[in-house]
Design a protein around this ligand. Structure first.
Ligand SMILES: [Zn+2]
Length: 417
C-alpha cells in the first residue's frame, strides 16, 4: 500500500478505490460540518478534492440524507451557488468510555448535539463482561430517541492506556483487566457491526476539546486529562499525535519522585501516584473515607476537607514543573487541563500551580493564559470518543487493518439490533 507522503494528501491513501471514495465522503462531510453552510467551490478548496469529485460526493450525501441544501448565497452576478449544511438527523456517532468502574455511552448527532447519554457502573471490566454491556447500552440509548433514529455512522471507544506494554502492570485500579492480548477493535466491531475507532481516553478528550470545547481555536495544544489516572492528549497542527503504538502521552507514568509512592504500574514515584483522582481517593481511604464518587468529591471539596486541600497542594507541586516541561517540549499555544475532576477542584488545583515555572511559554507579547480549563465532568472522555469517527476523516491512520475496519462505506452500516 502506498504510504501517504504528506499530511493532507488524501488522494494517495490506499490503493483501494472503495476506501478512497468512502474516505473522501467523510472528508467532505467534515468540511461541511465545520464550515457549513458552504458551497461546492469552498468545499473543494478545503477538502483538496476536484470540484467534480466534490459535486458527485455532495450529491450522494444529499441522497443519503447526511447533507441538506441550505439555499443559495447571494453574491455577485449569475446564479448564486447552492449552500450545503449537515442534516443533524442524518446520522450520529456513539461515544463509549470504558473506565475501570463504569461504562459511559453518548449518542451525538453530526451537528454536534448530544442526543442521549447513559452511564452504567460495572463490577468487572474485562472484555467478556464489557462487550455485552456496550451493545446493550447503545441499544438502550437509541431506544431513548424519538423515531426516526439517525443512522449510526461509527463508534468511538476510549479506554485508559497504555496499551500492550511489556512489564508495566496492566491490571490495576486505574486500568482495565484482560484487554492486554484482546483485539478490541475487531472484538467490539463484531458485536456492533459498525466501524470502530479506538483511542486512549486522554487523546479522545483532546479531540473533543478541539471539535467542541476549549481548544476550538487551537491547533497546537496539550491536554492534561484527569481520568482515574493521569493522561496527556497531544494535538499537533490540529491532529492528535499518537506515537508509534498509540501510547504517546502517558505522562502519568513519568517519574517525579525517586523511590516515591508506589504506582499501579509497578514503579515507584510516578506522577500519577500524586496527581490523579486515584491518588486523592487513596489518601481519603487512608483517612477512613471510602468509595468516594464524583458528587462525593465535589462535596468534600466544598467542605474544604483537609485531605482534599492537602492533595491539591501536593498534586500542584508535582504537576506545575510538568506543565513547563510540556511547554518546553511542544511549544503549544496553551495547555488545557480537564477531565473527571469537579470544576471547583480543578480551579483550585490550577490556582495552586501559580506562578508556573519559567518556560518557553513566557513571552512578552503573550495575551492568552498558559493554562486553560477544558471540559470537566464524567462524560468528557465519552464526548471525545463520539468525536473520533468524525475527526478520523481528517486524520486517517495508515494501519491497514484498522483502516479496513473503519473504511466500510457508510450506507452499509447497520446496527445489529
Ligand atoms: Zn506508574
Amino acid at each position: 500500500m502506498p504510504r501517504k507522503s504528506k499530511a493532507g494528501a488524501q488522494s494517495t491513501i490506499g490503493s483501494n478505490p472503495e476506501r478512497n471514495r468512502s474516505h473522501n465522503r467523510r472528508v467532505v462531510l467534515d468540511v461541511v460540518r465545520q464550515l457549513g453552510p458552504v458551497g461546492r467551490m469552498e468545499i473543494s478548496r478545503h477538502a483538496h478534492l476536484s470540484t467534480q469529485a466534490v459535486s458527485n460526493i455532495v450529491e450522494e450525501l444529499v441522497e443519503d440524507g447526511l447533507l441538506i441544501k441550505a439555499g443559495r448565497l447571494r453574491a455577485g452576478r449569475g446564479l448564486p451557488p447552492i449552500q450545503f449544511a449537515v442534516n443533524p438527523n442524518g446520522g450520529m456517532t456513539a461515544g463509549i468510555e470504558i473506565a475501570a468502574d463504569h461504562v459511559s455511552t453518548l449518542l451525538v448527532d453530526i451537528g454536534g448535539r448530544v442526543r442521549a447519554q447513559r452511564t452504567l457502573p460495572i463490577q468487572r471490566n474485562d472484555p467478556g463482561a464489557v462487550l455485552p454491556v456496550i451493545r446493550a447500552e447503545i441499544e438502550l440509548a437509541q431506544a431513548q430517541l424519538k423515531p426516526p433514529v439517525p443512522q449510526l455512522l461509527g463508534v468511538g471507544v476510549v479506554m485508559p492506556g497504555p496499551f500492550n506494554v511489556e512489564g508495566m502492570t496492566s491490571v490495576g485500579p486505574t486500568t482495565l483487566s484482560g484487554w492486554l492480548d484482546f483485539d478490541a477493535v475487531a472484538g467490539i466491531g463484531r458485536i456492533l457491526d459498525a466501524p470502530i475507532t479506538l483511542e486512549n481516553d486522554a487523546t479522545a478528550a483532546a479531540v473533543g476539546e478541539r471539535l467542541h470545547g476549549a481548544a476550538k481555536d487551537l491547533k497546537n495544544f496539550c491536554l492534561i486529562f484527569f481520568g482515574q489516572g493521569l493522561g496527556l492528549g497531544i494535538m499537533i497542527d490540529g491532529r492528535p499525535y499518537r506515537g508509534a503504538n498509540g501510547n504517546a502521552g502517558e505522562i502519568g507514568h513519568v517519574l517525579v519522585e525517586k523511590g516515591g509512592r508506589r504506582c499501579s504500574c509497578g514503579q515507584h514515584g510516578c506522577l500519577e501516584a500524586y496527581a490523579s483522582i486515584h491518588a486523592l481517593t487513596e489518601r481519603l481511604a487512608a483517612a477512613g473515607i471510602h468509595g468516594v464518587d464524583y458528587p462525593g468529591l465535589e462535596q468534600l471539596h466544598r467542605d474544604r476537607h483537609p485531605v482534599v486541600e492537602a492533595w491539591i497542594k501536593e498534586a500542584a507541586a508535582y504537576l506545575a514543573p510538568q506543565i513547563a516541561m510540556l511547554e518546553n517540549l511542544f511549544d503549544p499555544e496553551a495547555i488545557v487541563i480537564g477531565g473527571a475532576l469537579p470544576p471547583g477542584l480543578l480551579e483550585n488545583l490550577t490556582q495552586a500551580m501559580q506562578p508556573l515555572p519559567l518556560s518557553v511559554a513566557r513571552r512578552r507579547n503573550r495575551s492568552e493564559a498558559r493554562l486553560i480549563h477544558g471540559r470537566t465532568g464524567r462524560l468528557t472522555a465519552a464526548l471525545g470518543a463520539a468525536a473520533l469517527p468524525l475527526l478520523d476523516a481528517m486524520t486517517p491512520r495508515l494501519d491497514t487493518a484498522q483502516a479496513a475496519q473503519r473504511e466500510q462505506p457508510n450506507e452499509e452500516i447497520t446496527f445489529a439490533g
